[in-house]
Design a protein around this ligand. Structure first.
Ligand code: 3HC
Length: 303
């Protein structure tokens, strides 16, 4: 069954090689997913060799874990490992037909990335962004071919979270969208089509919860008490635990984007920023009481 609003699948174009810009946590999870589920070559790029090696190393380590658990055959494990390569040069995307970026959540950085990618890839190559909260329309604004950009928003941990938000910007063309839905099917994800609105749908819901927890923290309730009070609601992960997994700087960034878009509905926690300024990037640390001291050894005093 075609998802609501998806264009005719007959328009979908074949994808035979995928490029991933970035080799961080999200990017390397994406590389593994693409190689494992689609069995096509995937090339990861980043700004230096150490980051590239770390990203490819993550993929190999995860494949080893799958093999140990018997979740992948030795043959598929070997093929998956061989399909994922890394490069410090975006020239490696020259023959890719789908390139997705998962770099830092900053509009200008993403726009610069796409400018560099567009200078290398063919005019038919589809471009995708895994942004959590930035405007896909704004990202497409200076592209030579804005119709080729689509939002392809995954959730952490990519291997197990079933949902994928596919974001249509005003100029995204039907063939690009149809290809995105076909890819989602190959990746065994449930794709939904969402408008290009701030933080799309899922992060808006998550951030309302997170906003109330950080508000309680700002009011003086200890972080772990505020967070754990949501536990009886049966959430698989409470907001701060989720924040630790996706990275506190990312969570803070999404709070800021949503506050800018809807100031009456979304707050920005002054203590979240204080924690970051203090060098605490994971709230797991607060659950162990370590917010008392940052890496500099100085005490953390909530504002
Ligand atoms: N990478 C790969 N696989 C992982 C993983 C990871 N980081 N974490 C868990 N898994 C796998 C485990 O290996 C296990 O696989 P197996 O069955 O083959 O052994 C399977 O997931 C289940 O794991 P567990 O039994 O250890 O753990 P749980 O039952 O506690 O489930 C969870 C783990 C699925 C991660 C669950 O805690 C959960 O659903 N959490 C909520 C996650 C969520 O809400 N994510 C959205 C974050 S927001 C976001 O990403 C948006 C972005 O824009 C910021």
């Amino acid at each position: 069954k075609r998802p609501a609003g998806a264009p005719d699948r007959a328009l979908a174009r074949p994808v035979t090689k995928i490029g991933v810009v970035g080799a961080g946590l999200m990017a390397s999870q994406l590389a593994l997913l693409f190689a494992r589920q689609l069995m096509v070559p995937v090339v990861l790029t980043d700004i230096d060799q150490a980051r590239v090696d770390k990203g490819v190393g993550y993929v190999h380590a995860e494949v080893d874990k799958l093999l140990q658990k018997g979740r992948i055959s030795p043959d598929a494990a070997n093929r998956t490992r061989a399909l994922v390569t890394g490069s410090v040069s975006k020239e490696a995307f020259a023959d890719a037909d789908f390139v997705i970026e998962a770099v830092f959540e900053e509009l200008n950085i993403k726009k610069q990335v796409f400018k560099e990618v567009e200078a290398i890839v063919s005019p038919e190559c589809i471009l995708a962004t895994n942004t959590s909260s930035l405007s896909v329309t704004a990202m497409a604004a200076d592209l030579e071919h804005p119709e080729r950009l689509v939002g392809f928003h995954f959730f952490n941990p990519v291997a197990v979270m079933p949902l994928l938000e596919i974001v249509r910007a005003p100029k995204t063309d039907d063939a690009v969208l149809a290809t995105a839905f076909e890819l989602a099917k190959g990746l065994k994800k449930s794709a939904v089509l969402v408008k290009d609105a701030p933080a799309f749908v899922v992060n808006r819901l998550l951030l309302r919860l997170m906003g109330e927890v950080t508000a309680a923290f700002d009011e003086g309730t200890p972080a772990d008490v505020a967070d754990n009070s949501l536990r009886p609601m049966g959430l698989p992960m409470t907001p701060f635990v989720l924040g630790a997994m996706v990275g506190l700087p990312v969570a803070q960034h999404v709070q800021e984007s949503l506050h800018a878009a809807f100031p009456d509905r979304f707050t920005v926690s002054r203590n979240l920023q204080k924690l970051l300024d203090h060098g605490v990037t994971s709230i797991w640390a607060t659950q162990n009481g370590a917010t008392e001291k940052g890496p500099d050894g100085k005490p953390f005093i909530p504002a």
